[in-house]
Write a protein that binds this ligand. Structure first.
Ligand code: ADP
Ligand code: MG
Length: 629
């Protein structure tokens, strides 16, 4: 901050020297050279940007202003030129302060990472540079220290402050096997993690990289604003020449030109976007694609995947029921299912394995495993051919179900139990009944989204009765449920909806990747183990909190509203000042004042985006607590 002030003071000093020199009665050529040198020095950063722009064949928005100053020097209006530059410096000051704040809030995303990590090797713990930590290394984390790289918790239980990613500094309970992000603070005793990613690919590093990349891309409304600015420059240029020819007053013509050149317009979109998406990233909402921000404000329909989105995605085994004769033991059923699911990424599969392990069941290793997306998995284990999956898969494989069993499945579906059926050697052997609870925050967030007048729908591959049950629990209408869909059905449904209106799809980023990329805006719940960069969604809710959906909806509206407000306010000031200039009511200097006033107003209004609104209350996204180590 001090350096910004010092630089602006130095530039203002050059102008002051020039204004002093102007008071001396010196010959005009001397004054002209002094003006070019001193005012040029004061405008050095601007001139540098303009030159760089021209080298890349782009026109810096400040070019018209610099040309104006050159004209003022040319017509020997020296003090006007000097005062104009002073006024510009004030706008530069505000711009620099805001730019610095944007950079700082982005840097805060990674600045708290430690530079080294403690690795356990052959019983000894040694400290090594962050970049040298390899996947699979055992990382030792002392109480109060920050986690150096994303890792999997090896201790049974531990508490971590993940504010580096979530913006919320409350301790979160973690269990063995959970992923802990780099930058999280260990709030419990000494723990060990197994490094899951290298430092370069830690979630927090990826988030920062993606936010930086997103900011570089074209901001929302950019095309409109660019065209608007182009036409304003053209029209105002012609008008100014016209005013000069008509009134023979170069002062009026220049005053009009200065009042109306749309310099600030080039910044309206990018600054709002930078501040808005960095604020969102600070609370764990990652916008990878800035177009999504504008699109979110244009669409009225939100489609949710059920598993892992509306629900926790951590299903529990409720009951294991052998159906066959002779009946297999429950343990043997679980063992066969777990054997195959070992090869599946599906959440149901993971839950079955967890239950088998809890019960101390050892299961054989499978052969010829084949995953049927959205239906189940088949293969061979212990010399038997095994099919594990839903009713549809059993029908496809022509596995017979007694009417009594079908009735049992229906009864269980009504109370929200999803069947995972197990067939052995072509005969139904049993069912593993799973239940996945809605996320505790889902009903509240659904109410909020309804309050924002979104039309909502649920897509699921699960049984219709299970889908209806979850819908009722979270507050969706039965008519909003589309169930028993295969992954390709979900994609097709999204495409059909997209034919008539834009939709946003919220899903889990792994199973739902095709549907996410088919929607106008894809929103992924959680990082889902995949690389953020390759994640199909344009928005990633890093902390898997359903309430972040209304938050990003509001934030998008806020960003676009600020942009529109700025367009209207800046235009209004320009038009009023332009009119005053034409009738000769304001001088060139006063016009320059209006010009800067509109810029400063725009910047100040945009700075409101530094705080983000969450559930109606606004959260400053500035500070991150320091770790004690
Ligand atoms: P959702 O739409 O709820 O995310 P999916 O499309 O992933 O569900 O799967 C649809 C259904 O297919 C599941 O409810 C389950 O019955 C069955 N299924 C899919 N994969 C598996 C698997 N690996 N093991 C058992 N059942 C599975
Ligand atoms: Mg799913």
């Amino acid at each position: 901050m001090a350096s910004i002030l010092a630089l602006i003071a130095l530039r203002a000093f050059l102008v002051a020297v020039f204004l002093g020199v102007g008071r001396l009665s010196l010959p005009v050529p001397v004054l002209s050279v002094a003006a070019a040198l001193l005012l040029g020095g004061a405008l050095f950063p601007t001139l540098r940007n303009i030159t760089r722009g021209l080298l890349h064949r782009t026109i810096d928005p400040a070019l018209p202003v610099v040309i104006t100053i050159a004209i003022l020097i040319g017509i020997r209006a020296f003090s006007t030129a000097g005062i104009f530059v002073l006024i510009l410096l004030f706008g530069d000051l505000i711009k620099n302060i805001i730019n610095r704040k944007i950079r700082e809030s982005l840097e805060r995303l990674t600045v708290y990472l430690p530079h080294t990590g403690f690795i356990k090797e052959g019983g000894a713990v040694k400290e090594i540079p962050l970049a040298d930590i390899k996947v699979g290394d055992i990382v030792a984390v002392s109480p109060g220290a920050r986690v150096p790289v994303d890792g999997t918790l090896l201790a049974q239980h531990a508490l971590f402050d993940e504010s580096v990613i979530t913006g919320e500094s409350k301790p979160i309970a973690k269990r063995a096997g959970d992923t802990i992000p780099a930058g999280a603070i260990n709030m419990s005793d000494y723990v060990e993690l197994s490094a899951a990613r290298t430092s370069e690919h830690s979630a927090i590093a990826e988030i920062r990289k993606l936010v930086e990349d997103a900011e570089k891309k074209k901001a929302p409304l950019a095309k409109f604003i660019d065209r608007y600015a182009f036409w304003t420059v053209t029209v105002v240029g012609i008008l100014s020449v016209g005013v000069f020819l008509f009134t023979h007053s170069i002062d009026r013509a220049l005053a009009l030109w200065i009042a109306m050149v749309p310099v600030i317009f080039a910044l309206i979109g990018p600054i709002a976007i930078s501040i808005g998406i960095t604020a969102a990233a600070r609370i764990g909402i990652l916008v990878k694609n800035t177009e999504a921000v504008e699109n979110l404000t244009k669409l009225r329909k939100l489609v949710f995947d059920k598993t892992g989105t509306l629900t926790t995605g951590h299903p529990q085994v409720k009951e294991v029921v052998p159906y066959g004769t002779p009946a297999l033991a429950e343990r043997d059923l679980l063992a066969l299912a777990a054997a195959l699911e070992e090869r599946s990424e599906h959440r149901l599969g993971k839950a079955i394995i967890a239950r088998a392990k809890d019960l101390g069941i050892t299961y054989p290793s499978p052969e010829n495993v084949h995953v049927i997306e959205g239906e189940g998995i088949e293969g061979a284990a212990s010399g038997a051919s095994v099919v594990v999956g839903n009713l549809g898969l059993m029908r496809d494989r022509e596995i017979r179900l007694d009417p009594g069993i079908e009735q049992d499945l229906r009864n269980r579906a009504v109370i929200g139990e999803t069947p995972v059926l197990v067939a052995v050697n072509g005969k139904l052997a049993g069912g593993i009944f799973m239940a996945d609870r809605p996320r505790p925050e889902t009903p509240e967030a659904i109410r909020e989204l309804k309050g924002l007048h979104y039309e909502l729908a649920m897509l699921t591959g699960d049984e219709t009765a299970v889908g209806l049950r979850i819908a009722e629990e979270v507050g969706l209408a039965p008519g909003d449920v589309k169930a028993e869909l295969k992954p390709e059905d979900k994609v097709r449904l999204i495409q059909e909806m997209e034919r008539t209106e834009k939709v946003a799809m919220v899903g889990d980023g792994i199973n739902d990747a095709p549907a996410l990329s088919g929607a106008t805006v894809g929103i992924a719940m959680g990082m889902g183990g995949t690389d953020l960069a390759t994640n199909a969604a344009s928005i990633v809710l890093v902390k898997e909190d359903f309430r972040d959906i209304p938050v990003i909806m509001r934030q998008s509206r806020f960003i676009i509203r600020v942009i529109k407000e700025n367009l209207v306010a800046a235009t209004a000031i320009h038009v009023v000042a332009g009119a005053l200039a034409v009738i000769g009511a304001i001088t060139v200097v006063q016009s320059a004042f209006f010009h800067e006033a509109s810029s400063v107003l725009v910047l100040m209004n945009t700075a409101r985006l530094f705080s983000i609104s969450r559930n109606g209350s606004s959260v400053r996204t500035g500070s991150v607590p320091a770790a004690s180590a």
